[in-house]
Ligand binder design. Structure first.
Ligand code: NAG
Ligand code: NAG
Ligand code: NAG
Length: 315
């Protein structure tokens, strides 16, 4: 059947998820674990930095760890029970690590549940942002983009005002984000705007919202959102300003940077409130909460507060 342009556009609209209105004031967000660094194996084989839980909680949601090395049924249950999942920063492979395998299962489920009309946000921070590009493209398209412990203002791209992520930016947050060193970069790799534009799978899926220059003057994408899914990524770490106190780093803890971090946390939780998923029973919900675990405070002047897990003892 031949279609004219109007029919084709209506056909495309049918492929965009259609959601009912939901206001879930008890949202719960999952954070995905990853393999521990070699030096931390004594504490556990996988970990999640406590920052991410604190970040979610400060904006009015509860938080749940999501484990790696589980079967599809586990990830399906997590996506049906939670109101969003955050892929955190870290240092594991984007394709074949346990974290990447878990993220692949979650991503597939998240697409399916959104397509079925159930709002389900995904958020990627730093490595999690990079992971989103690998999940969408099916391969690792990163190149060198060095900005380790560098705080920067964002270079917004034209049209960022019509995005969901920045469409309601208050004037003060816009001022801080566009002029002050308030976004914390901790990366050696990144994705260039050219790579995103020349890769059909990425170009058709995401809108680039901001870019930045690395220490060598190379441009990398610093934030994006998916066009038709509630998926968001920032190459920078919005949680570090409030929760990372390592004095070896040059993190901006000034009031403007803190407000910027809070803006992103509030945005993520507002997205999660649009999801009406819930655990099958309150007892399942309570068993899943991060409060069931004890973090380790590593007293080596890095102020690291980390939840560790072992594969053999995860539920
Ligand atoms: C994980 O296993 C290691 C090695 O047995 C142990 O030292 C550590 O305490 C365990 N961690 C947790 C969170 O159970
Ligand atoms: C990328 O970075 C690595 C490690 O710093 C370096 O060895 C390599 O030459 C860099 N590649 C390019 C293309 O700059
Ligand atoms: C912001 O960070 C850049 C890169 O590190 C630095 O060159 C610049 O001086 C900083 N600006 C302010 C106002 O601190």
């Amino acid at each position: 059947m031949a279609m004219n342009v109007t029919q084709f556009c209506s056909f495309l609209l049918l492929l965009v998820p259609v959601y009912g209105i939901v206001n879930n004031v008890r949202p719960i967000i999952g954070v995905l674990a990853q393999e521990s660094d070699y030096n931390d194996l004594e504490y556990g084989d996988t970990y999640i930095s406590a920052d991410y839980f604190q970040y979610i909680e400060m904006a009015g949601a509860r938080a749940v760890p999501v484990f790696v090395r589980k079967d599809d049924e586990y990830y399906s249950k997590m996506v049906q029970s939670l109101n969003g999942i955050l892929f955190p920063g870290g240092d594991v492979g984007l394709i074949s690590s346990y974290m990447a395998k878990a993220a692949q299962a979650i991503y597939k489920q998240a697409i399916e549940t959104n397509d079925a009309g159930h709002y389900f946000p995904l958020w990627g921070t730093c490595q999690g942002f990079q992971l989103l590009t690998a999940l969408t493209a099916g391969k690792n398209l990163l190149t060198n983009a060095s900005a380790e412990d560098v705080a920067l203002p964002l270079d917004f791209v034209n049209g960022f005002r019509s995005s969901r992520l920045y469409g309601s930016l208050p004037a003060d947050i816009y001022e801080y984000l566009s002029t002050m060193n308030v976004t914390e970069n901790f990366h050696h790799y990144g994705i260039t705007p050219e790579t995103m534009e020349l890769t059909d799978s990425l170009y058709s899926f995401y809108n680039i919202l901001s870019t930045n220059l690395d220490v060598h003057g190379k441009r990398f994408v610093s934030s994006f959102e998916a066009k038709h899914y509630p998926f968001y990524g920032t190459q920078f770490h919005p949680e570090k300003v409030s929760f990372q106190w390592n004095t070896n780093y040059h993190i901006n803890h000034g009031p403007e940077a803190i407000k910027v971090g809070q803006y992103f946390a509030n945005f993520l939780v507002a997205e999660a409130r649009k999801s009406d998923n819930h655990f099958a029973a309150e007892s399942d919900e309570i068993s899943a909460m991060i409060e069931n675990y004890q973090p380790v405070f590593i007293r080596d002047n890095t102020y690291r507060l980390t939840y560790f897990f072992n594969y053999t003892s995860t539920p």
